[in-house]
Design a binder for this molecule. Structure first.
Ligand code: NAD
Length: 529
């Protein structure tokens, strides 16, 4: 038997230590505070969402539904902070980002710990969650270069210059599955470009955002530039409706993202929405088998499949289908358990409801004519603590389009295998799927890789890479039904998203009198250049 009770005690110790060390972190069942004007403050609400440790259902804290007057105060604070922050020089803002990035790196393990406690993912994976957000902060430090614009003498003594100006108050609405990375997709780019920002963390995982604002404060960010408004749908709707909020970045489910996109744009805001996905990998028979199967198992079952870029469909071409038993062996070798256990590969799902849905989808496979190749419902669990957790073991099923396991985003550790005879058939399958976040091919053929790159319609393509998310010097490029809005998160796109273009045309020449010209008024559009 694995020493899970030791890991269990350790997670309690970690919870206590984090609460003692971090001003806004709560692990003893109290409501978490909002953050405004550089201070945490308790909500007066009576509406609270429970935050449970998903590996045990232990109640850690409660997320308050901000009252309308609290939301109003938070937006006012962000509005008041805007002009002074806009007038802070770009290099001054860059300095704060540089300090923020180094503090985030220094406290990476604490942020990862609260993620493992509240969200359940393994500690190693939680460190990756923080790192991927930290990389956006680091990329944001290049803002002076990214913000450079055009300047031209357009006529004699007449110049036009373009400048990018911040929008004002911006907000991000975040999902449960990346408690650090997703808020950090928005915060650094919104702030470095001169906007103020309100974080609406997922009500299920508030802790990482509480640490992020404290670190930003330590980095010297002025009061009010970064605030937190907690809550669920009511907070989201208030942010969508308030005219002072100029832009919203949403990451989450299809339903939530469409709602925010429609409501926000109807109210005249810029909205970028990253939504659900169904990511395919094509396995060609000429691939490096061992490396491909390792990558596929890691991408399908890592984070218990709760990644928008999780690999959820494996398309075998021709003889590659014969490798599935070896993939099953790799799935069987993965350990399911508490995220703080260093030997664990797959943590729990976020909630009992989520587990129930995943189990239902697995059950639907045989009813709909597919087969279960490896059944995670039968995963042996080794400790009494596990019994209360939302655990589902890695599962591999064989199915096809038209079945729930293929058509729906499962958001659990379930890989659906679809067999195709030809590469062309595999490409057509992917392109007929409504989602388009990412897709990969495993092959040793340069021409097949090239064809995949050119013909696959997903926005993020992997060649022998299972989760092809670009680093933040590029922009997020998920497409089709996986994204709404024209501009992707981070990179150059986010400079465009968080700023508006202003052009200034100026004329500085000697006066007409000096030049010997009369004072004749011209009423025509210029006819010569
Ligand atoms: P979710 O949509 O339930 O919640 C996301 C946020 O939106 C939360 O803050 C929630 O309070 C709010 N919200 C949800 N529905 C709402 C509604 N109807 N009205 C107002 N507010 C609403 O998503 P989740 O379960 O937290 O996250 C999982 C989903 O996020 C998956 O579908 C996953 O694919 C997606 N996701 C996408 C990306 C991406 O970049 N494409 C990244 C991470 C997660």
């Amino acid at each position: 038997m694995r020493p899970t009770s030791i890991v269990w005690c350790r997670s309690k110790e970690i919870a206590t230590r984090l609460q003692e060390k971090w001003k806004g972190v709560v692990t003893d069942r109290r409501p978490v505070p909002h953050y405004l004007d550089g201070q945490f403050f308790e909500s007066q609400t009576t509406q609270l969402y429970d935050v449970n440790d998903p590996s045990s259902q232990t109640l850690l804290s409660r997320t308050p539904q901000a009252t309308s007057s609290e939301i109003d105060a938070i937006i006012s604070s962000s509005q008041n902070a805007f002009l002074p922050w806009k007038r802070t020089s770009l290099l001054g803002r860059q300095q704060i980002m540089l300090r923020f990035s180094s503090l985030l790196r220094k406290h990476q393990d604490d942020v990862a710990s609260i993620i493992t406690l509240e969200q359940g993912k393994t500690f190693g994976d939680a460190r990756g969650d923080v790192l991927r957000g930290l990389q956006v902060v680091e990329a944001a430090c290049a803002a002076p270069n990214l913000m450079m614009q055009d300047h031209l003498e357009v006529a004699r003594d007449m110049d036009t210059l373009a400048r990018r100006e911040p929008l004002g108050v911006t907000a991000s609405i975040n999902p449960f599955n990346f408690p650090a990375m997703c808020p950090l997709w928005s915060i650094p780019m919104a702030l470095v470009t001169g906007n103020t920002h309100i974080i609406k963390p997922s009500e299920r995982v508030p802790g990482a955002s509480q640490m992020i604002v404290e670190l930003a404060e330590m980095a010297g960010l002025p009061k009010g530039v970064l605030n937190i408004a907690h809550g669920g749908h009511d907070t989201v709707n208030a942010l969508c409706d308030d005219p002072r909020v100029r832009a919203i970045s949403f990451v989450g489910s299809d339903q939530g993202g469409k709602h925010v996109h429609d409501r926000g744009t109807k109210n005249g805001k810029r909205v970028q929405s990253n939504l659900g996905a169904k990511n395919h990998a094509v396995l060609l028979p000429d691939a490096d088998k061992e490396a491909a199967l390792d990558s596929i198992a890691g991408a399908a079952f890592g984070a218990a499949g709760q990644r928008c870029m999780a690999l959820s469909v494996l398309v075998t071409v021709g003889q590659a289908r014969k490798w599935i038993p070896e993939l099953v062996e790799k799935a069987k070798a993965l350990t399911v358990g508490i995220g703080f256990d260093p030997e664990v590969d797959v943590g729990p799902l976020i909630s009992p409801r989520s587990k129930q849905r995943v189990l239902e989808i697995i059950s639907s496979v045989e009813e709909e004519g597919g087969s279960i190749l490896h059944d995670g419902r039968e995963q042996k669990l080794s400790s009494p603590h596990h019994e209360k957790g939302n655990f589902v073991g890695p599962t591999i099923v064989r199915g096809q389009a038209g079945m729930r396991c293929y058509d729906e985003e499962i958001f659990g550790p379930v890989l659906t295998v679809v067999d195709c005879e030809t590469f062309q058939e595999a490409l057509e399958l992917i392109n007929s799927n409504r989602y388009g976040n990412g897709a990969s091919v495993f092959t040793n053929s340069g021409s097949a890789a090239r064809q995949f790159e050119m013909e696959c319609e997903a926005g993020q393509i992997g060649i022998n890479v299972p989760i092809p998310v670009p680093l933040p010097m590029f922009s997020w490029s998920g497409g089709k039904a996986s994204a709404l809005g024209d501009l992707g998160f981070y990179g150059k796109s986010s400079i465009m998203f968080y700023t508006k273009l202003k052009t200034v045309t100026s004329l500085w020449r000697k006066s007409s009198v000096d030049l010997g010209r009369g004072g004749k008024v011209s009423v025509n559009m210029p006819t010569i250049s």
